[in-house]
Design a protein around this ligand. Structure first.
Ligand code: CA
Ligand code: CA
Ligand code: CA
Ligand code: CA
Length: 310
């Protein structure tokens, strides 16, 4: 898996609040083949995808690289640790990587966005209050995405032009009508109410697997996700992305641990409520995915071409 070096951008990060937001720009590789959404990161199906971490230790690293807004509150310029100590949770575990830590791999193709997260968690919790759609009360992953990379400043009255929030709960797709949620910007407001409407989210797919202690936690999981362009085109995505298209993004994994309601979260690679603080994807034609199939044939052809011209 490939990770963009942050050494170069860290040099700009030391200027703190005046950090230029355009510097967190990541090439988003293009999949040669659609992954199987079964909760198994199988072989090289995600090889070469953009890998970013989202964890308390990543927030620490962000603070060192980009500066702190409030180190006591674990608020870096681009992320925040808002995990909490839930009832019965050890104080030595709460808000550390033993509470929650994750890696997120990202890629695209002509059909949509593809994402997989491997999360280490101490308590699996997809139960919440009475509202099943309240994803912030459930182990899940939210993508805050600015499809036109407008980088609009957050405003006090909550008016948006380009905010979309796609959430996948850490559970099998068919296990709940609320597994997928999509809040859009409708008439400049964040629209959550119909975010699980089957007509709206039909085509969004995920594969979930209980991964036990596979990543060093106790209630670990893998969640593979697909977000189709076709659906996003119904709102503010102007056209199917091509190489060079840009989007702003931020990752927000909620992590309740047996809480009846909200039980903490992280915000990574951008403050979720502030699109001007989002990181940027640039759709790239760098291939990701299996080396077999098309890529192997190309490698073979390339070898023959070189032989021919030697
Ligand atoms: Ca898979
Ligand atoms: Ca916790
Ligand atoms: Ca946890
Ligand atoms: Ca949890």
């Amino acid at each position: 898996m490939r990770k963009l070096s942050i050494v170069a951008i860290a040099a700009f990060g030391i200027v703190g609040a005046s950090f230029a937001q355009g510097d967190r720009v990541f090439d988003l590789p293009k999949l040669t083949q659609a992954p199987v959404l079964d909760g198994v990161i199988d072989g090289d199906e995600w090889a070469g995808s953009l890998e970013l971490a989202c964890s308390p230790s990543q927030v620490q690293e962000d603070g060192a690289n980009y500066g702190w807004r409030d180190i006591e509150a674990q608020q870096s310029e681009i992320s925040v640790n808002q995990l909490v100590q839930s009832d019965g949770e050890d104080a030595g575990i709460a808000r550390t990587d033993a509470d929650f830590n994750s890696r997120i791999w990202q890629a695209w193709n002509d059909d949509g966005l593809w994402v997989v997260t491997a999360a280490a968690d101490n308590v699996h919790d997809v139960e919440g209050g009475e509202n099943g759609w309240a994803w912030w009360e459930r182990d899940s992953l939210s993508l805050y995405v600015d499809l036109i990379n407008e980088k609009e400043e957050s405003v006090l009255n909550g008016e948006y032009t380009a905010l979309n929030i796609v959430n996948f709960q850490a559970r099998p797709l068919e296990s709940s009508p609320y597994t997928v949620s999509w809040a859009r910007t409708v008439e400049n407001k964040r629209s959550d109410e119909d975010g699980n409407d089957p007509d709206l989210v039909d085509g969004f797919l995920n594969g979930y697997r209980d991964a036990g202690d596979e990543f060093g936690g106790e209630a670990d999981y893998v969640l593979e996700m697909f977000i189709p362009w076709e659906n996003l085109l119904r709102f503010n995505l102007p056209a199917v992305p091509v190489v060079g298209s840009e989007m702003g993004f931020s990752w927000l994994p909620p992590d309740p641990d047996g809480d009846d309601s909200y039980g903490g979260q992280l915000q990574c690679w951008g403050w979720a409520d502030d699109p001007s603080n989002f990181s940027t994807w640039v759709m790239s034609d760098t291939p990701a995915g299996p080396a077999g199939g098309g890529t192997a044939v190309e490698a073979d052809s390339w070898g023959r071409i070189k032989t021919t011209f030697q």
